[in-house]
Design a protein around this ligand. Structure first.
Ligand code: SF4
Length: 343
């Protein structure tokens, strides 16, 4: 865990989500799919931590475990609630969980499927206010109108249904709903992946403006490194359920220490047509988390692998203040960051 962080809003400690693998008529337990396998990180208050990795690496499962949408197998998720102080979300009672969810909200990937098509904007955005007994009647309508204005939508459209809006506007509706209870912390799970590129930038700028305006902290989950670079203060990279590297954004993008991070960064698009094309193509498939390779999980695809890599799993260790990495040879490899790739 980096030790140069400001006061955290959320600390995740050794979080695990293992699914049992059952086989045969006798329903024999034959192993576990380790979707999330002991990850630890902290989100500083008022900042954004970007969680990146390929599809299936466990980043969304981690997000749902933090919200207790999925029950974690073990670990701690300490949330610094503005009224109750530090609370372990994993151990929280149903009453406490209900309270915590006022302060912890989630924005999902595809606004088309996360918004009920039979509900108007007024119904959608006001629902958390009604359920939590925050406002009624005229006050409720005024609160919804304010929220729509905050996310750049017109209050006079509150009686329309989601299908009357574009993808970007629908994501704004989802953001308005997540803000209804004035949360401290939002998990944004691939919030712009389903949007056109031109709309992505608007949505990211909106999230950043709202962060400043409401002093929000974000856990921003994405497979897109260019998007994560734009919004994150700290970036954590996941591979097959584990964290393999974490550092402040600039450090990680310009001085990666894990070969997997280097490969991901080499795929960040470069607008310069004269840039040297130095893309690292990873060979082979992402291993299954129910049958990961021995030693370092990345060794079958790593171009720097040595014999010991397949025998001994590298521990996640701090190699510079705030920079942690899980690679036996982090100090000796000369890896390329985005600057070098963009020469
Ligand atoms: Fe590659 Fe070995 Fe480092 Fe794993 S430990 S990332 S296989 S060099």
């Amino acid at each position: 865990m980096p030790d140069n962080l400001s006061q955290p809003i959320l600390e995740v400690k050794d979080l695990k989500k293992h699914y049992p693998v059952i086989k045969g008529f006798s329903r024999r337990l034959v192993g576990f799919t380790k979707a999330v396998d002991g990850i630890s990180f902290a989100v500083p208050a008022g900042q954004t931590l970007g969680l990146v990795g390929e599809s299936g690496c466990g980043k969304s499962t981690a997000g749902h475990c933090i919200m207790r949408g999925i029950e974690p197998t073990s670990g701690q998720v300490i949330f610094y609630d503005r009224t109750r102080g530090p609370v372990d979300v994993v151990q929280a009672s149903p009453d406490m969980l209900r309270h915590l969810r006022l302060n912890m909200q989630m924005v999902f990937q595809d606004p088309s499927s996360s918004l009920n098509p039979r509900m108007t904007l007024l119904d959608i955005v006001s629902e958390p206010l009604i359920v939590n007994n925050v406002a009624r009647g005229k006050e409720l309508q005024d609160r919804v109108a304010d929220l729509l204005r905050v996310v750049g939508l017109l209050p006079e459209h509150m009686h329309r249904f989601p299908h009357a809006f574009s993808g970007g506007q629908r994501q704004r509706i989802a953001v308005a709903r997540s803000l209804a209870l004035r949360p401290q912390f939002i998990i944004a799970d691939e919030p712009v992946s389903a949007l056109d590129v031109s709309i992505q930038a608007q949505t990211l700028n909106l999230l950043q403006d709202l962060q400043e305006q409401f002093d929000l902290s974000y856990l921003f989950i994405s497979h897109d490194l260019s998007v994560v670079e734009h919004v994150s203060d700290i970036v954590a990279v996941m591979y097959v359920g584990k964290l393999v590297e974490m550092a402040e954004t600039e450090t990680l993008y310009h001085n990666p220490l894990h070969p997997y991070t280097e490969a991901l960064l080499s795929s960040v698009p470069n607008p310069d047509p004269d840039a040297v094309k130095n893309r690292i193509v990873l060979v082979g498939e992402v291993p299954s988390s129910s049958k990961p390779p021995s030693g370092c999980y990345f060794h079958p695809r790593c171009r720097y692998a040595k014999p010991e890599c397949s025998q001994e799993a590298p521990a996640l260790r701090e190699v510079a203040p705030g920079h942690v990495v899980a690679c036996h040879f982090a100090e000796t490899l000369a890896l390329r960051g985005v600057t070098a790739v963009r020469i």
